[in-house]
Design a protein around this ligand. Sequence first.
Ligand SMILES: Nc1ncnc2c1ncn2[C@@H]1O[C@H](COP(=O)(O)OP(=O)(O)OP(=O)(O)O)[C@@H](O)[C@H]1O
Length: 256
Amino acid sequence: MNASPPTSTLAIDVRGLTKKFGERVVVDHVDLQVAQGRICGFLGPNGSGKTTTIRMLCGLLKPDAGEGTCLGLDVLRESRAIKLQAGYMTQKFGLYEDLSIRENLDFIARLFQLPQRHAAVDEALERLGLTARQQQLAGALSGGWKQRLALAACLIHKPRLLLLDEPTAGVDPKARRDFWDEIHRLAQEGITVLVSTHYMDEAERCHELVYIAYGRVLARGTAAQVIEQAGLPPDANLEAAFVSLVAQAQDNFATP
Ligand SMILES: Nc1ncnc2c1ncn2[C@@H]1O[C@H](COP(=O)(O)OP(=O)(O)OP(=O)(O)O)[C@@H](O)[C@H]1O
């Protein structure tokens, strides 16, 4: 008899994820499914709940309601294990400016207690093209190089899921393009990526999109599906779709 196929290859599979700050619901029953090896763009206006959702997915914030798994691990009960297998790149550069590139990566490798620390640092440096600069201080790097260092730090423990929160904000177009080429290489290796962005050209490079506003999912699917869900003709672009979705959400969900 054939072995039964895996019941799910979903790297992210959560339903009803909800978070309140005080009385304010900032993430409101969000369902999110992302298959392994896919790049899912997470879009929405400022303050719509993207970062809060990402922090719940990687185990840094406990949901008030909802359930599900990341990498097959329970988001409510196995947050520690999720943290060890996911890479989270925060919006703000979170590394030490007065340490060199190599020292920063070595520090992260120590935190993860990696057995082959030196080799892991070498590999991350090589992968992101940082080897020649490894002795430079992080604080002296340009935005594009800092972002590469931050991605190297995210990858050092070989995560199977990457949660990237506006990783290219303020970075020049060439550095953004290089970054996205790397994201696609990672996805081809089977790593799943959820990435928030405000850039439409980046949204177009995702396999699928989820668009939220007021903490609620307004549309999801391929770019063509999102445009259709926004009620626009097929030749409309994503920017028009998002403007239309936000206008609809304002009518439905905005509090006066
Ligand atoms: N720790 C917190 N305490 C209280 N309110 C918070 C906290 N964290 C976030 N918020 C609020 O929750 C809402 C959603 O914030 P969040 O950072 O998740 O949005 P976002 O979609 O990531 O926004 P942006 O695109 O600007 O990064 C915002 O109004 C924010 O001010």
